[in-house]
Design a protein around this ligand. Structure first.
Ligand SMILES: [Mn+2]
Length: 243
């Protein structure tokens, strides 16, 4: 438990979840831990914010999207957009512009989760068309609906980060989805504490001006959640697995 200067609105708790990347089992385990936490520490109002990158790399991108769509019907869930979620949409529209790097950055596993076979004999365009044929309209609608940012009290939630020196409401989608070093090395305060993922680290990284919740779940099995309430930050994480 860490006590800090930043606060959520009184009586309100936020569970912020890092990059899931197709790890449906870990996501379900984490949701169980959150449910247990809500039972042991009841609160008048709470929200769950997922920080984007639902697809690619891990084994079940399709299952993660199905589960998020289901949960949105019953939980106070806010799903933000990650660069990989955006890439998935782009790959279905403009595969040649996205390029073959799509496959090496986890797209291979994404395609396989939708039953699309990846072989060197197939063009990107062909795989793109086969993916489109398999992806249900509810998944497209979900991906289209993802917001770039969310705010609660003194916290600003976003997938990658923000560009230093630019007001939070003037950031470009490109920076919000992709920024790394310029944001991560920035030491001074931002307008709010930035809660983000995108750049994986061995441990949750809690700095005075930002909190990084991406802990390589697709590789380590550790999916991380920050529980923000009043001026306290707690962590909930799934156990590591051997892959
Ligand atoms: Mn990312």
């Amino acid at each position: 438990m860490i006590v800090c200067d930043s606060k959520t609105t009184d009586g309100r708790r936020v569970y912020a979840i890092g990059d899931i990347h197709g790890c449906l089992n870990e996501f379900k385990s984490l949701l169980n831990l959150i449910e247990q936490d809500l039972n042991t520490h009841p609160v008048p109002e709470y929200k769950i914010v997922t920080l984007g990158d639902y697809v690619d790399r891990g084994p079940d991108s399709r299952g993660v999207l199905d589960h998020l769509i289901l949960l949105q019907k019953t939980l106070p869930l806010i799903c933000l957009r990650g660069n990989h979620d955006q890439r998935m949409l782009e790959f279905m529209d403009i595969p040649d512009e996205v390029g073959a790097s799509f496959l090496t950055y986890g797209g291979r596993e994404l395609l396989q989760s939708y039953g699309v076979e990846v072989t060197s004999a197939k063009s990107l365009k062909m795989m793109s068309q086969q993916l489109k044929a398999q992806v249900s309209s509810s998944h497209i609608k979900f991906l289209d609906s993802l917001e770039l940012t969310h705010q609660e009290g003194d916290y600003f939630f976003v997938h990658a980060g923000v560009k230093p020196g630019i007001a939070l409401d003037k950031q470009t989608p490109d920076d919000l989805l992709w920024i790394r070093e310029e944001f991560l090395t920035h030491q001074s305060p931002f307008e709010k504490v930035i809660v983000h993922g995108h750049t994986p680290r061995d441990e949750v990284d809690i700095q005075p001006n930002r909190i990084n919740l991406d802990t390589y779940c697709f590789d380590t099995g550790v999916l991380s959640c920050a529980v923000l309430e009043g001026n306290v930050v707690r962590l909930i994480q799934t156990d590591p697995v051997n892959r």
